[in-house]
Design a protein around this ligand. Structure first.
Ligand SMILES: Cc1ncc(COP(=O)(O)O)c(C=O)c1O
Length: 365
């Protein structure tokens, strides 16, 4: 006897990146920040008294919510704290997507989007990123024509790292009939010189939600903390209706505050990641592995056609040497490896291995 709903029976679940137990693995596969969280996070963790866990946590994570809002120059009503960015996506889809009507996004994007759509019994918009990782020009028109009430746009894009400007985000929000969720899980790594500031769009757009995560920028992937910001009318149903009661545990609330408090520490890790991103990009290019320009903490390296090993074989050979990167076995991404930005030593280990494994790349170019 099968008890699942029929759409759950038909769907495939999310495939998560490998999480090895072996501390010696060079882990460049799930875009974690290679630097530790702020020292204040460890202090806050040591300060947790088990007796405090006897009672339920503050139901809406109010102090953290207020601090997040202040960080973005918004009011508390404009922010919602979630159990990782993933819960924010699930809540948005549950709240805004009618079962049977499509979720808007362009493929490839974060591979959780179609999984969450399938759970909601919603089809997905058949839109594809162009060769150069730009959105199709008629993207909003197609989303509107299909009746999409929610469109997710990851910016900087995953897995290419390509950024669209604040103005383009605003334009898209104006063009879309439904809600635009800008998934900014990687936005902390954008070069500040580019002046990207999507939060400034919120006042002008009643259909704009912005997702942020503590996982990458604040080195807290293990904690599961994220948030949404947007106009109060968008935040309110998520906060009061679709969210789990007490969705943020007491420890996460305290640690999130400690992480946000130390902006100097966080911004220093972002600066170091940007510097290593630029160096690794150049080193990969020298070896014939071109990457689209990335403003995220990863690079999408295309393995040249004439290379001794194709991307999948390269992924496996690197894994055998204790170096994990991500390979997506799909028509669009099958020739590429997504490489998280690690420390300089981690990049060097990867580059040394590539020198060995691709020893005939330059000859093939
Ligand atoms: C594009 C994108 N959005 C959202 C998330 C969710 O991040 P988390 O749930 O760790 O906050 C991820 C995680 O990898 C991601 O890649």
């Amino acid at each position: 006897m099968v008890y699942e709903r029929s759409n759950i029976r038909r769907m495939a679940g999310y495939t998560w990146g490998e999480q090895p137990e072996d501390a010696g693995t060079c882990k460049l596969n799930t875009n974690e920040n290679p630097y530790p969280p702020a020292p204040g996070v460890a202090t806050a963790l040591k300060g947790v008294d088990a007796a405090d866990l006897r009672t339920y946590p503050q139901p809406t994570a109010a102090p953290l919510r207020a601090r997040i809002a202040e960080h973005h120059k918004l009011a508390t009503e404009n922010a919602l704290v979630t159990h990782g960015g993933d819960e924010a996506l699930r809540l948005a889809i549950t709240t805004f997507v009618e079962p049977g009507s499509p979720l808007g996004y362009a493929d490839p994007s974060y591979s959780l989007y179609p999984v969450l759509a399938a759970i909601q019994n919603a089809p997905v918009l058949p839109a594809q990123y162009s060769e150069d990782w730009t959105l199709p020009a008629d993207f909003a028109k197609r989303a509107n024509a299909a009746g999409a009430r929610l469109t997710c746009l990851v910016n900087p894009h995953a897995p290419s790292g390509r950024l669209i400007t604040t103005d383009d985000c605003g334009r898209l929000a104006s063009e879309l009939d439904g809600v635009l969720l800008l998934d900014e899980a990687y936005a902390d790594f954008i070069d500040p010189a580019l002046g990207y500031d999507s939060a400034a769009l919120i006042k002008a757009h009643d259909n704009l939600l912005i997702l942020r995560s503590f996982s990458k920028g604040y080195s807290l992937a293990g904690l599961r903390l994220g948030y949404l910001i947007g106009q109060e009318a968008l935040i309110e149903p998520l906060l009061t209706k679709t969210r789990d009661s007490y969705n943020i545990d007491a420890i996460s609330q305290r640690l999130g505050l400690a992480a946000l408090e130390d902006q100097d520490h966080a911004t220093d890790t972002w600066r170091r990641v940007r510097a290593e991103r630029s160096r690794l990009n150049d080193e990969l290019a020298r070896r014939g592995l071109a990457c689209p320009p990335s403003q995220a903490n990863f690079l999408l390296a295309q393995v040249p056609l004439g290379a001794k090993r194709k991307a999948k074989a390269l992924y496996e050979a690197l894994k055998a040497r204790g170096i994990l990167v991500r390979h997506f076995d799909t028509p669009r991404l099958g020739d590429s490896l997504r490489i998280s930005i690690g420390t300089r030593a981690q990049s060097q280990r990867l580059l040394n291995a590539l020198d060995d494994l691709l020893d005939d790349v330059s000859a093939a170019r």
